[in-house]
Write a protein that binds this ligand. Structure first.
Ligand code: SPQ
Length: 426
């Protein structure tokens, strides 16, 4: 149970833990590479620890000490058949990217996770991997976990993905790295491109052309050192804290600002909030900067189209910010929210309404009317880390006390969140 009280001011200079998407990929690619990979700034959150434990079960030696990780890669075919099920915990990224990797392996493996994973759709990766030649089964013809995979020889495909999903794109590209011929994925909008960037850093040839990414089979990865920047999806909650508490400002150092992830900055700026990027640099193919975030009066906006995949995980906290903006904020084209850790349209609406916010669900998003005075409430994260954190930010602006039940879910992506919030909110 997390307790939050209304605050008068948010200020200070902070860092957020490592990027979750990049941390997963660093462990996976390190395990598949020839030689040692050293990771600095790794996110020791529950999801990324699930990825480590899965690769240990397939015979990869991995040392992890806080945010420092060493992966002793044995090459693409150095994995061994796991004697037990691979437990992906709460992590969609782990199960979907590993489906692509396991599809190439000459053995049998079963993946399963928690109750939330058991509800999330898997056919989006299972169907194209089957098309490439993999044998995969799961409940309801491969839609749901447990997923049983017998990998083997694959043939490249040209896949038009119906959804802008980095997990779908990455699973197919990873399988494509060991498939016969070429494999390409074309998306309706660009999703996060960390896989493409990191594969290049590991020495793989990847061709990116607009919405299409192509790889050729038979490539090898070479171990290297990776520096993981702070996670912009975690920074988003702190940006939210500044935006809902008048007079606030914050410096957030060392944040990943890959353009496929910076939709939150664009949306907050469109509402009138001030975010400046300083000390911009590129580390391991990934753009990084310090963020100087300053409160300003906000107005409602429309969030839709190609912006959606660039801020999909930030929509819960954007909804909180929108409660303090003048006028109407409309979020549309975001039906993907319905298949995240929870149905995030339903959970944002149910939890935010408890504060007295005016938020109406639509099929593919929500409409928020502001500004509203929020009142402290008894909230349930419903096991979803981003719902827990977004509602904690609402609690900073709400009169009185807010309690968040099932707050331990926050450790999935942001260990130390409560302590950091205490440090910046006075
Ligand atoms: O890993 P998981 O559980 O899917 O986590 C989430 C999150 O909120 O942290 C989504 F629920 O992030 C996804 C993100 O939404 C992480 C991700 C990635 O690392 O490739 C891509 C996005 O998902 P998708 O389905 O659009 O590919």
């Amino acid at each position: 149970m997390l307790k939050i009280r209304q605050t008068n001011l948010v200020s200070g200079e902070v860092q957020v833990p490592g990027d979750k998407s990049i941390s997963h990929r660093a462990v996976m690619f390190g395990a598949l590479a020839e030689g040692t990979t050293t990771i600095h700034g790794f996110l020791p959150g529950a999801d990324c620890l699930s990825t480590i434990s899965c690769f240990r079960r397939m015979g990869i030696e991995i040392e992890q000490n806080g945010d420092q990780v060493t992966v002793h890669g044995k090459g693409w075919f150095g994995l061994t058949e796991p004697a037990q099920h691979l437990d992906v915990g709460n992590s969609g990224t782990t199960i979907r990217l590993m489906a692509g990797i396991l599809a190439t392996q000459p053995f049998h493996a079963v993946m399963e996770g928690d109750e939330s994973i058991a509800r999330r759709p898997m056919r989006r990766v299972v169907a194209p991997l089957r098309e490439m030649g993999a044998k995969i089964d799961g409940r309801q013809n491969g839609e749901y976990t447990p997923l049983a995979i017998r990998g083997g020889e694959l043939t490249g495909i040209d896949y038009r993905s119906p959804v802008a999903s980095a997990q779908v794109k990455s699973a197919i590209l990873l399988a494509g790295l060991q498939a016969k011929g070429r494999t390409s994925v074309t998306e309706p909008h660009l999703s996060r491109d960390h896989t493409e960037r990191m594969l290049k850093a590991f020495g793989v040839e990847v061709v990116c052309d607009g919405l299409t990414v192509t790889v050729t089979g038979g490539q090898t990865l070479t171990g290297r050192t990776i520096h993981v920047p702070g996670d912009i999806s975690s920074a988003a909650f702190l940006i939210g804290a500044v935006m809902v508490v008048p007079g606030s400002s914050l410096v957030i150092r060392n944040v990943g600002v890959n353009p496929t992830r910076t939709g939150i900055i664009d949306a907050v700026r469109a509402m009138g909030g001030r975010i400046e990027l300083t000390n911009e640099r590129v580390v391991n193919e990934e753009p990084v900067a310090d963020l100087v975030v300053t409160h300003a009066p906000l107005t409602g906006t429309v969030i839709e189209g190609e912006l959606i995949p660039r801020l999909i995980d930030e929509i819960p906290v954007l909804a909180v910010i929108a409660t303090q903006a003048q006028g109407r904020t409309i979020i549309r084209d975001a039906q993907e929210l319905r298949v995240k850790e929870t149905d995030r349209i339903a959970t944002v609406v149910s939890e935010l309404s408890k504060f007295g916010a005016k938020v109406t669900p639509t099929e593919d998003g929500m409409i928020i009317e502001g500004p509203t005075k929020l009142t402290g409430a008894a909230i349930d994260s419903q096991g979803d880390h981003r719902i827990g954190m977004a509602m904690a930010i609402a609690g900073l602006a709400a009169q009185g006390e807010t309690t968040i039940a099932n707050a331990e879910a926050i450790n999935v992506s942001f260990p130390g969140f409560a302590a950091l919030l205490e440090k910046i909110a006075r």
